[in-house]
Design a protein around this ligand. Structure first.
Ligand SMILES: Cc1cc2nc3c(=O)[nH]c(=O)nc-3n(C[C@H](O)[C@H](O)[C@H](O)COP(=O)(O)O)c2cc1C
Length: 194
């Protein structure tokens, strides 16, 4: 099977996407009913996805990168971005917006998520009617405002007209299992989107 060599000058997300693309091309070119992609394989290939992370100590950032690697290996075109680096007004142009954020302080957003969080709660926020979204929250149930920031993003996007493609998942300090569940939900939901 043709694939991108490990020392090629690409990020893991780019390698995942290129390998998915090559695999799909090879299947199509080789023809015949036994090698053509199935309907569900074909329909889940190549969606543009933006994962935004809000993180104080790196957990959400590292999960965003893991999610990108997994979704990229399925052929999606994934971009991972620090929430502080996005222009809030440009967000409604994103077709598939995936958010991973922790909560800090007393139910507050992490520092890099503060501006976007404030924008989405304000009257200035635009309509998101062309956006599919999902949110994964990282929190700690010892705090009274468990996963408040993730809840805020989830509610604000719904209020602005975005379409929630999978339910909000609120993970506790052991976030590996909820993360896997979130990814599994997304994978199933994406196959119905295209
Ligand atoms: C000072 C502090 C305040 C926190 N406040 C909350 C909170 O209000 N609600 C919550 O659910 N989790 C809270 N947490 C837990 C973090 O959200 C959790 O540790 C998360 O995994 C951190 O992810 P991050 O590294 O991406 O920021 C707090 C943690 C710390 C250290």
């Amino acid at each position: 099977m043709l694939s991108i060599p490990p020392n090629a000058p690409f990020t893991p997300e780019q390698v995942g996407w290129l390998n998915g693309y090559l695999a799909a091309r090879i299947q199509v070119q080789s023809g015949g009913p036994s090698t053509a992609p199935t309907a569900s394989e074909a329909s889940t290939t190549g969606l543009p996805i933006t994962i935004l992370w809000g993180s104080q100590t790196g957990n959400s950032e590292s999960l965003a990168k893991r999610a990108a690697k997994s979704l990229g290996s399925k052929g999606h075109q994934v971009t991972v971005t620090d929430m502080a680096q996005v222009e809030p007004q440009s967000l409604p142009q994103i077709e598939n917006l995936f958010i991973i954020t922790s909560t800090y302080g007393d139910g507050e957003p992490p520092d890099n998520a503060a501006e976007l969080h404030e924008y989405l709660q304000s009257d200035k926020a635009a309509s998101f009617e062309n956006t599919n979204y999902t949110v994964l929250g990282l929190g700690d149930s010892e705090y009274p405002d468990f996963n408040q920031c993730a809840k805020d993003f989830d509610t604000a996007l719904e209020k602005r007209g975005a379409k929630r493609i999978t339910p909000l998942i609120e993970s506790d300090v052991d976030y590996d299992e909820p993360f896997d569940q979130w990814l599994a939900d997304i994978t199933e939901s994406l196959s119905a989107l295209a």
